[in-house]
Structure formats: structure tokens, C-alpha cells
Ligand binder design. Structure first.
Ligand code: FAD
Ligand code: EPU
Length: 345
């Protein structure tokens, strides 16, 4: 019989009332390896977690949650760039602040993204026209069964939109333990996204961009400490050029972003919004009233409530626009990660 003894509510941003059998904090690579092996020898499943800002617990978790809290930031510089080696358990937003305080710009568009540095490469975090890929020199990975450590170059991480090798070949039994970032000294502002384009490219300074990004995020996105959520619940759908032509003929006002190779990214938030879902509630789950792409825990939501709302939205969007949304959030069942799309399909 499994004894569930630890509340997970404060360990993930959806704040679902789920329990785990055990939670262990790993502060070094050795601890991470040792704790993972001990739990495996006891034949319990192990879930690695950073800040829990991109997961949905569907039910109680039967195994051990291993929190990666490996810290440390080392900085080297040469004439071209600053090179940072960052422990996977560092908080991403704190790193952005540290860099700005030390006058090492580059990360300002990625301010206020919740989560740990070690989780950032997994979905290649992105916001306001910039993705982690731009800065990632390498990712250090620990093979949890053998304790072997390897370093993947940025190219080897196979970064894509909300995608990387860590969602595919290196999805299981691998822990990211450190991330190497390169911040080029010849800084250039990235101002093409949304309201940032109002800033003057010739005069904008990193702190201004940081402030603008933080202000926009605070206006649009719910604060997880007030309303449980995991940011965008779905990915923005990327459709073929011919499907996009068809779609845009019928919806010429829809926001769309041409991609390399002719495909077109649509705004899932716009699609959901157009179905009239902002503020819609189902059980304990609801859609945020300012950003239709964000599902929230409106109070006492279960993981199943959130999944049921996601299922409903996905069907309605497909019915109206013939576009099928896919979850960005990772779903966790009793014994580990489950196929999120399978759950809501
Ligand atoms: P967790 O949720 O803890 O883990 C995510 C996944 O990675 C899980 O499957 C976990 O098992 C695995 N994992 C965790 N740590 C490791 C490790 N060290 N090694 C291997 N696997 C590991 N994302 C964006 O890209 N852009 C945004 O603008 C954005 N805005 C957000 C706003 C809000 C309000 C919220 C709540 C979320 C937002 N997100 C955004 C999503 C989230 O911030 C990112 O996905 C973040 O990188 C998750 O980090 P985490 O440490 O919380 O990961
Ligand atoms: N829109 C609506 N209604 C809505 C929401 C959005 O019409 O309710 C429209 C907006 O007006 C805009 C377009 O959709 O024209 C895009 O909206 P927004 O700029 O808010 O961005 P998003 O596509 O909803 C993406 C990321 C966010 C990231 C922002 C800023 C994904 C899945 N989401 O959101 O990332 O912060 O851009 O760059 O790519 C996350 O991944 O968790 C996340 C929050």
C-alpha cells in the first residue's frame, strides 16, 4: 500500500491539492544521482521537478518527487562575450536580474518567466521575440542510471518552438544539471514583438526593455501566487502554408507569424478568445479573463477539472477553426508523466 504523505500544492504553480509519497531536495549532482538511485532501488517512480510551473498533476503521485536545487553561477568573459555556467536549480528570473545588475544584457526579453534554469532548455523557453536557443552554448546532462555526465552543444539540443531533444530522446532518466549561456557584448535590442515595437531601437536600453516586458506580463498573465496556472496551456499551432492560406482567407484579422520553411504559427489565445471562452468556468477550472490561453485553478480545481476544460476548449476550437491545439503543459499521473494530448483528445 502506498502512503501518500507530502502535499504538492506549494511545489507547482497550478496549486492542485495533490500528494506525493515523498519529496526530496537535491542540492548537488551527487545527491541527485544518489537519491534517484535509492528511489529506483525501492522500485518507486521518480519525478524531477524544478519550480513546477509547467506541470499538471492529474492525481496523487505514487513516487518520489526530486527537486533540483543545484545552485551556482560562474561567469567568464572574453572580448566577444560573457560565458555563464549556471546550476540547474537557479531561478531563471533571478538570473535575468543578476545579469542586468552586472551590466550583462541579453536576457531582458525573457524576464519574469517562472521556473528553474535547468528547465529552460526543455521547452526552449521563449517570450517577446526571443528564445533560450539564442544564448544556449551547452547543457550538462546526468544519465541517472549510470551517473555518466555529458555536455550537449546548443546545436545538439535540437531546439525548436517549445521543443528540444529533452522532450524526445533525452526525455527520461536524464537530468539537466547545468546550463551554459553566452551573452554577446555587442548587444542589440529585440523590439519587434507587440508593444516593444513602440520603443526606439536606437535609444532603448536593456533596463527599459526589462521594465516593459515585466509590465506587459503583469498586465496579461495571472500571478500564480494568486491564481494557480501554468502559463500558456496550449502551444501556438503551426500549420502548413496551404492550410494557413485557407484559414487567413476566412479570418483575415487573425494574428499569424510566418515561420522558416513557409509554415505559419497562429495565436491559440486568439482562437480560444474568438470562441468566447475568456472567463469561462468548468468545475474548479476557468479561463483567465485577460489571456484566453491561460487556464487557471479558480479554487479547489482538481487536475481532472483542468483537463476537462482543456478537452472542451480543444474541441470547440477545432469545431470552429479546424485547428487542433496541443498542450504545452506536461501532465503527471500516478506513476509519472502521461501523454497530455492523449488525456484531452
Ligand atoms: P517544471 O514545471 O518543474 O518541470 C517541467 C518539466 O521538466 C517536467 O516534465 C519535469 O519533470 C522536467 N524537469 C524539470 N527539471 C528538470 C531537470 N533538471 N532535468 C530534466 N528534466 C527536468 N514558458 C515560456 O517558454 N515562456 C513564457 O513566457 C512562459 N510564461 C509563463 C508564465 C507563467 C505565469 C507560468 C506559470 C509559466 C510560464 N511558462 C512560460 C512556462 C514555464 O515557466 C516554463 O516551462 C519553465 O521553463 C518551467 O520551469 P520549471 O522549473 O517550473 O519546470
Ligand atoms: N490574443 C487574443 N486573445 C487572448 C490572448 C491573445 O486575441 O485572449 C491575441 C493577442 O492580441 C495577440 C496574439 O493573440 O495578437 C498573441 O498573444 P500574446 O502576445 O499574448 O502571446 P501568446 O501567443 O498568447 C506567447 C507565448 C507566451 C509568451 C508570449 C509573449 C506560447 C504558447 N505562448 O503567448 O509564453 O509569454 O507569447 O511572447 O507560445 C508560456 O509558454 O507559458 C507563455 C506564457
Amino acid at each position: 500500500m502506498i502512503t501518500y504523505s507530502v502535499a504538492l500544492k506549494s511545489l507547482h504553480s497550478f496549486a492542485i491539492d495533490a500528494l506525493a509519497r515523498r519529496v526530496i531536495v537535491a542540492r548537488t549532482e551527487t545527491e541527485l544521482f544518489t537519491f534517484w538511485r535509492q528511489a529506483s532501488e525501492e522500485a518507486t517512480c521518480v519525478l524531477l521537478l524544478g519550480s513546477g510551473s509547467n506541470v499538471l498533476f492529474l492525481e496523487n503521485y505514487s513516487g518520489t518527487v526530486l527537486l533540483n536545487r543545484i545552485t551556482g553561477v560562474k561567469i567568464k568573459e572574453d572580448s566577444e562575450a560573457w560565458h555563464l555556467h549556471v546550476g540547474a536549480g537557479e531561478v531563471w528570473h533571478d538570473l535575468v536580474n543578476t545579469c542586468l545588475e552586472k551590466r550583462m544584457p541579453g536576457l531582458e526579453n525573457l524576464a519574469l518567466i517562472p521556473g528553474c534554469v535547468g528547465s529552460a532548455p526543455i521547452q526552449n523557453i521563449g517570450a517577446y521575440g526571443v528564445e533560450l536557443k539564442k544564448f544556449c552554448e551547452y547543457v550538462d546532462v546526468l544519465q541517472l542510471e549510470t551517473g555518466a555526465r555529458c555536455r550537449l552543444s546548443g546545436a545538439e539540443c535540437e531546439f525548436g518552438y517549445r521543443d528540444s531533444i529533452f522532450k524526445h530522446n533525452l526525455r527520461e532518466r536524464h537530468a539537466i544539471v547545468a546550463v551554459g549561456l553566452k551573452l554577446i557584448k555587442a548587444w542589440r535590442p529585440v523590439l519587434h514583438y507587440g508593444e516593444l515595437s513602440r520603443l526606439n531601437a536606437g535609444q532603448a536600453i536593456p533596463r527599459q526593455i526589462y521594465d516593459a516586458v515585466c509590465a506587459m506580463r503583469r498586465t496579461k498573465l495571472p500571478d500564480p501566487s494568486q491564481q494557480g496556472n501554468a502559463g500558456s496551456f496550449f502551444k501556438n499551432p503551426v500549420i502548413t502554408a496551404s492550410a494557413a492560406e485557407n484559414f487567413l482567407r476566412r479570418h483575415p484579422d487573425a494574428p499569424h507569424y510566418p515561420q522558416v520553411g513557409g509554415r505559419v504559427k497562429l495565436a491559440a489565445g486568439w482562437l480560444i478568445d474568438r470562441c468566447g471562452f475568456k472567463g469561462y468556468r468548468l468545475g474548479g477550472a476557468a479561463l483567465h479573463d485577460k489571456q484566453a490561453l491561460v487556464l487557471i485553478n479558480a479554487g479547489q480545481a482538481t487536475g481532472e477539472d483542468i483537463a476537462a476544460l482543456a478537452r472542451h476548449i480543444r474541441l470547440q476550437v477545432a469545431d470552429r477553426f479546424s485547428v487542433w491545439l496541443e498542450p504545452e503543459v506536461r501532465f503527471i499521473g500516478a506513476n509519472g508523466e502521461v501523454d497530455a494530448l492523449g488525456v484531452i483528445a
